[in-house]
Write a protein that binds this ligand. Structure first.
Ligand code: SF4
Length: 719
């Protein structure tokens, strides 16, 4: 029996549930992870990622020394270097001076529009705050974004328009207080496993009724009262037909509508065409089931909506989320425990990175960069001359790489993101990456994106640094170091402050105390001194447990339920909608709809999980195909198949399953050897600029002779 030298309480680095972890350390080695039973988030439960997915920290391929490419890279001909032999180990001084020299040179030559940064939804609040501060304060650019653009941007824009706030309104664990709840566009069991446990408990132990609206027969369907298997991309007609039923059957909460909303009359007029029969003709969901779902939701005492990326990752993702918000407005199921509008945020700190201003339109605290008064607050906090901060909206993640050309973006700083796995239409992304003049990667491994970099900075993972993450229900929680950074690696916040001081000197800006924090607590305090939602939160208060923002002062207990009396914008706004089909419908050449997502054992581009023992549990990509489709196309279970779209092709094994619908195939996007995003469509939602990951047209063939020698052709990171 091993006895731990110490136990460090921290927060899981994977999904937005934000489970509490206890890292057991012996001889400076984390040998076990458990969770305390009194954690308010997960009550001692952990999924397989939280429990076993930490050993990437010790993987031999982890880079723990700063690196510079041996071969100088030229814009237009930039190449990938996966092997350490292609890099030169350098000192931190050489690496950081090289970056400072090059960024300043390009900034002086081409201006603030030529520089951009990707922040990181896996890094801490403090790390993200510092990176956006560095680019805003020193390079005067708002070209700052992160992967929220690729996951919930549609939800964020819709919620901002309709209620004026973009976070989950209620607490996830509150699901047990729901009488009825709707789960849509979310395979919660695999993406937010502990919330799925709570949902199942709500049904089994507390008698709640669950409505699942999803194209796939996900595990939650086994617990559902009703399953509406809609065609991918038909959310707006289905949700609007539910609204139509609520109005037609006089189930509207008129008191709530009158007191708390605006735009009702125009909205009602716009609903006329969305009869359940019309929705059935588009979505394939029987009209009577749409009516049943509407009645169940509207008649409940307390009903809530939980949604995932099946709502937002569409070229009409904003409209999809608005259609859900309308249901809550019509019925008044918002503003009380057990109700609410709950977009389940994907990554551990995607909520926090957004809160910290890691976005091109907002300073920290969602202060619009183009709204009078906001820049002034940050100029004061960051000791910048009046008028110094850029007031123009910056470029989004999807736009930054598309603008990588002479006259556009010349230098990109990537902290912990992997666009060469996470962007849509990766063959185009590759061309854009090749066009950059200078690229910095700050990460743990040389992943598909870092392989393109000029300089690699070895960062410390969650278990080797201090800070905070903010989970999906706005709970700010501590991240604590269980061991010292391995090798020469450093916490992101230390790297960024060191680099910022060097840039400041080269720019000959008056040197400030702005980069000399004594600890991450000071970084958080600087942010909280300007953003009212966090004014009452400090590290002292977070010592025992997390706090859900907003917390207005240090006596404020935090806010489990939002919108109790009003919405941040005042009245909730109904916004009339039209049905807009997916951009790439199926045809004879490409007869299947491809939808993408995650599996339980892996995480996003796989930088962490594919370097952990989780990869043994799920070592290979598979494409889910319905047996009826497989029979027509002569495809057997486990057979290698080629999946192609108008943008690319991949080879992987077939998994015959009735989990997917006829005509719809599913591929997880974690596997570089069969990267699903080589196939996906880069069509964007015009408002949120989020790509349409959830629906594109593809063909599936059994792989021809010469293409069937799996798994040898599946070489990681070499697509
Ligand atoms: S549910 Fe999410 S936060 Fe909890 S252990 Fe699993 S991955 Fe980590």
């Amino acid at each position: 029996m091993i006895t731990a030298d110490r136990k460090t309480t921290t927060t899981c680095p994977y999904c937005g549930v934000g489970c509490t972890l206890e890292l057991h350390v012996k001889n400076d080695f984390i040998y076990k992870v458990t969770s305390p039973f009194d954690s308010p988030v997960n009550h001692g439960n952990l999924c397989v990622k939280g429990r076993f997915g930490y050993d990437y920290i010790y993987h031999p391929a982890r880079v723990t020394t700063p690196l510079i490419r041996k071969t100088a890279q030229v814009a237009g001909q930039r190449t990938q270097a996966f092997e350490l032999a292609e890099w030169r180990e350098v000192s931190w001084d050489e690496a950081l001076d090289t970056i400072a020299d090059r960024l300043v040179e390009l900034y002086k030559r081409d201006g603030s529009g030529a520089i951009a940064a990707y922040c990181c939804a896996k890094a801490t609040n403090e790390d993200n705050y510092l990176l956006q501060k560095m680019f805003r304060a020193l390079f005067r650019t708002n070209n700052i974004d992160h992967c929220t653009r690729l996951c919930h941007a549609g939800s964020v824009v819709a919620l901002q328009q309709a209620v004026g706030s973009s976070a989950m309104s209620n607490t996830a664990a509150e699901v047990i207080h729901n009488d009825v709840f709707m789960v849509t566009g979310s395979n919660t069991t695999e993406n937010h496993p502990i919330i799925a446990l709570q949902m199942k408990a709500a049904v089994k132990k507390y008698g709640a009724k669950m409505i699942v609206i999803d194209p796939r027969r996900i595990e939650l369907v086994d617990f559902a009262e009703l399953w509406l298997p809609l065609q991918p991309g038909t959310n707006v007609p289905v949700f609007s037909a539910m609204a139509h039923t609520i109005v037609a059957e006089n189930l509207v909460n008129h008191e709530f509508v009158a007191a708390r909303t605006e735009g009702y009359a125009d909205f009602i007029a716009s609903l006329a065409k969305f009869t359940p029969e019309y929705a059935e003709s588009i979505s394939g969901v029987p009209a009577e089931d749409i009516r049943k779902a509407a009645r169940l939701y509207a008649n409940a005492k307390n009903a809530a909506i939980y949604w995932g990326m099946g709502i937002s990752q569409l070229s009409h993702g904003t409209a999809s989320a608005l259609a859900l918000i309308h249901l809550a407005f019509l019925t008044g199921h918002v503003g009380r425990p057990g109700t609410g509008l709950n977009p389940l945020r994907g990554q551990n700190n995607v909520q926090g990175a957004s809160d910290m201003g890691a976005m091109p339109f907002h300073f920290p605290g969602y202060m619009r960069v183009d709204q009078p008064g906001n820049a002034e607050k940050w100029e004061q906090a960051w000791q910048i001359e009046a008028g110094g901060l850029n007031r123009q909206l910056g470029l989004t993640t999807t736009e930054i790489l598309a603008h990588a050309h002479p006259g556009g973006i010349r230098a990109l700083y990537i902290m912990g993101e992997n666009p060469m796995m996470s962007e849509p239409n990766l063959n185009e992304t590759r061309k854009h990456m090749q066009e950059l003049e200078f690229l910095v990667a700050q990460d743990l491994f040389i992943n598909e994106s870092a392989a393109f970099a000029d300089v690699f900075l070895p960062a410390a993972p969650f278990a080797e640094k201090e800070g905070t993450f903010t989970n999906t229900d706005r709970r700010v929680q501590r991240v604590r170091a269980a061991q010292a950074p391995r090798g020469q690696s450093r916490p992101d916040s230390q790297i960024l402050c060191d680099l910022a001081r060097r840039i400041e000197l080269r720019l000959e800006r008056p040197t400030s105390a702005g980069w000399n924090y004594s600890s991450p607590a000071d970084i958080f305090a600087e942010m909280a001194s300007v953003v009212p939602d966090f004014a009452g939160i400090n590290y002292g208060r977070l010592e025992k447990t997390g706090i859900q923002y907003p917390a207005w002062d240090t006596d404020h207990p935090g806010t489990p339920t939002l919108f109790t009396d009003s919405f941040p914008r005042g009245l909730g706004k109904f916004i009339p909608l039209d049905y807009i089909p997916v951009r790439e419908p199926v045809d004879d050449e490409y007869p299947f709809i491809l939808t993408t997502g995650r599996v339980l054992e892996h995480w996003h581009g796989g930088t962490m999980t594919r370097h952990s023992s989780l990869d043994d549990l799920s070592p290979e990509p598979r494409v889910d195909i319905h047996p009826a489709d497989a029979e027509i196309h002569g495809i057997a279970h486990n057979m290698p198949v080629k999946v192609s779209s108008r943008r690319g092709e991949i080879i992987l094994r077939a998994n015959l399953t009735e989990k997917t619908s006829v005509g719809v195939i599913f591929i997880p996007f974690h596997f570089a050897e069969a990267a699903a995003n080589l196939l996906t469509n880069d069509a964007l939602d015009p408002q949120a600029l989020i790509p349409e990951f959830k629906a594109c047209a593809v063909q599936v063939f059994s792989a021809r002779t010469g293409e069937t020698n799996l798994p040898d052709t599946l070489q990681r990171g070499r697509y």
